[in-house]
Write a protein that binds this ligand. Sequence first.
Ligand SMILES: Nc1ncnc2c1ncn2[C@@H]1O[C@H](COP(=O)(O)OP(=O)(O)OP(=O)(O)O)[C@@H](O)[C@H]1O
Ligand SMILES: [Mg+2]
Length: 276
Amino acid sequence: MNARLRAENATIGYDRRIISSELSVDIPDGSFTAIIGPNGCGKSTLLRALSRVLTPSEGRIVLDGRSIASYRSKDVAHRVGLLPQSSLAPDGIRVADLVARGRAPHQNLLQQWRTSDEDAVVRALEATRLTDLSDRLVDELSGGQRQRVWVAMLLAQDTSIMLLDEPTTFLDIAHQYELMELFRGFHDDGKSIIAVLHDLNQAARYADHLIVMRDGDVVTTGAPEAVLSAELIESVFGLRALIVPDPATGTPSVVPLDPRSAPATPTPEREFSHGA
Ligand SMILES: Nc1ncnc2c1ncn2[C@@H]1O[C@H](COP(=O)(O)OP(=O)(O)OP(=O)(O)O)[C@@H](O)[C@H]1O
Ligand SMILES: [Mg+2]
C-alpha cells in the first residue's frame, strides 16, 4: 500500500497533554478515507498533525517520503488542504474574496494574482454552486451556505490531498449528501479525501477505507465492509447495534438497538456490496 501521507510513531497533543501516543497510520493514496470514533478521541488532533498545524513531540508525519516538518509552509499547502471543524470568517468579507484566499499558497511577491488563480476561484464557486452568491457577505449566509464557502476555499487551494473535519455537520440531510457527492466527485478526479465523519452510514457509503479511533489510538483500519461489526461499534462507541446492508447501496449500515430490549438479537446474514 502506498501512502504519500502517514503518521510514524507520532506522539501528538497540546502543551503537556498527550492525546495520541506513538500513533502510526497510513492514508492510502487516492483513497476516500473516513476517520470515525467517539467525541474527544483525537480525530481533529490527528488531522491537525497530518496538515502540520500541530507538530508531534515524538515521531513524525511523512509527506511524499520526507518529514512534513522539513517542507516550507507553502509547499505543504500545495499538497495538503485542511477544512477545520470550525472556522471564523474575517468580518465583512465577501464570498468570492474568502474563496480567493485559498489561492494564497500559489502567490508570491513577484507573481501576484494570475489567470490561473481567477480560473481556480471561478471553478471552485461553480462546483459548490456559489456563483450566484459570490458577492454576498459571508456573515449573511446560512450555516449550510457558509460551509460550502469553506469547501470552495479549500477547492481553490487545489491540493491533491484534502482533509475534511466533519464537513457535513449542521447541514440538512439533502445538503449533507450533496456535499458528500461533491467530495466523491473530487475523489473521482484523483484526489485523496480524508474526512472525519460521525455518520457511520455515510462513512460506509462513501469511504473505501476507514480509520477507527478510540482514546487517541487507532483501533483498526480497512474497508468498511471488513471493519464495521456489532462488536466494533459496541467496543468503540459503547452502543449495541445491528449491522445490516444499507437498502439503497448494500454497504454496511449501523442500526442502534433499543437499549431497553433484550440483549440477544441474532445478527442477520452479512452480505455487503463494495463501496458505492
Ligand atoms: N486546543 C486544545 N488544547 C488542549 N486540549 C485540546 C485542544 N483541542 C482538543 N483538545 C483535547 O484533545 C482531546 C481530543 O480532541 P479532538 O478535538 O482531537 O477530539 P475529536 O475526536 O475531534 O472529537 P469531536 O468528535 O468531539 O470533534 C480532547 O480531550 C480535547 O479536550
Ligand atoms: Mg473533532
